[in-house]
Design a protein around this ligand. Structure first.
Ligand code: CUA
Length: 337
């Protein structure tokens, strides 16, 4: 009966590990594949060592056990140069086998593509608790969803606006810290298969660290170009002029839509087709409109420590703005991903 909760816990743990979009064990890109190869190599070697050691241990326990009637102390052995050399040389050989591919990959992963014009350059800035992505080659700035083409290398330059965070997309690559000291970390990766890959902040950064999620969305070139075009299109404001004025005054001082607004908070262009609002409220919690309402009416309740203030809105304004934002959709990817 005591086993039951343990088994249940184990099952829970394994089911969480089985989430393909959040697993290093199901790599979806070349860097994650190489990291996985290193894991397999080291775990394989460890397994062989453990098996050999336990087989020898078992043999010794049986072979040299105390037999009935035995009273004398067995033969005492002190020191053996031969054995000492063996158990020094074997670990050295094992370490060399591990070091060669590890060092090779460390240098390969550290290659700098930040001057490469064929790579998509992205400046990543982490905030408590969201991610900002700026594409200097395209003049686009967005948040929470890193849209990339499947055909190119993505070269990142990572910084933070506040404290230490860490950028991690388990199925593609990572983790890379974003440092507060003004040093810029660089990284690159590729996502040759179209799809949505989940990302996490991997460094404890405050009360909503666990909620600091983001997504990498890999699309083909045509869709990517279309996305850039839509992101740069003129802002579409609420139709009702009074609501539009409220929205401009109360929301656009921090957020942007299209070519209008500020950069203190995430860009809201296309928020209507995002899978999550504030990375916490998912489609399973309610419709985008409902989730937006929940979020806007009390951000700190949804995401403790969030810097988004409770904006003073009338119930009517809240309804209107949530509805307007929920319908602010982009068409570059109508597959619904
Ligand atoms: Cu940001 Cu943890």
């Amino acid at each position: 009966k005591r086993l039951l909760p343990i088994l249940a816990g184990l099952a829970l743990l394994l089911s969480a590990c089985g989430r393909a979009d959040l697993s290093t064990l199901q790599p979806q890109g070349p860097i994650a594949e190489k990291q996985y190869d290193l894991m397999k190599l080291s775990i394989g070697m460890m397994t062989v060592v453990v098996v050999i050691v336990f087989v020898i241990l078992g043999y010794v326990l049986v072979r040299f056990r105390k037999r009935p009637g035995q009273t004398d102390i067995p033969k005492q052995v002190e020191g053996s140069h031969k054995l000492e050399i063996i158990w020094t040389v074997i670990p050295i050989i094992l370490l060399v086998i591990l070091v060669i591919p590890t060092v090779k990959y460390v240098f390969e992963f550290a290659e700098d593509y930040s001057k490469d014009k064929n790579a998509v350059q992205v400046k990543v800035t982490s905030h408590q608790y969201w991610w900002e992505f700026e594409y200097p080659q395209y003049g686009v700035k967005t948040g929470q969803e890193l849209v990339i083409p499947t055909s190119k290398k993505i070269s990142l330059q990572l910084n933070t606006a506040d404290v230490l965070h860490s950028f991690w997309v388990p199925s593609l690559f990572g983790k890379i810290d974003t440092n507060p000291e003004g040093t810029t970390n660089k990284a690159y990766f590729e996502a040759p298969k179209a799809g949505v890959y989940f990302g996490k902040c991997a460094e404890l950064c405050g009360p909503s660290h666990a909620l600091m999620d983001f997504k990498v969305k890999a699309v083909d070139d045509a869709k990517f170009d279309e996305w850039v075009k839509e992101m740069k299109a003129p802002a579409v404001l609420p139709e009702d002029p009074a609501l539009a004025a409220t929205f401009e005054q109360k929301c656009l001082s921090c957020h942007a839509v299209g070519d209008k607004g500020g950069t203190l908070g995430p860009n809201l262009t296309g928020i209507g087709n995002k899978q999550a609002i504030a990375s916490v409220l998912l489609g399973t919690d309610g419709t985008v409109e409902e989730n937006l309402k929940t979020w806007i009416s009390d951000p700190v309740k949804v995401k403790p420590g969030s810097k988004m203030p409770k904006v003073p809105l009338t119930a009517e304004e809240l309804d209107g703005i949530s509805k307007y934002l929920a319908n602010y959709k982009l068409n570059y990817d109508n597959s619904g991903n």
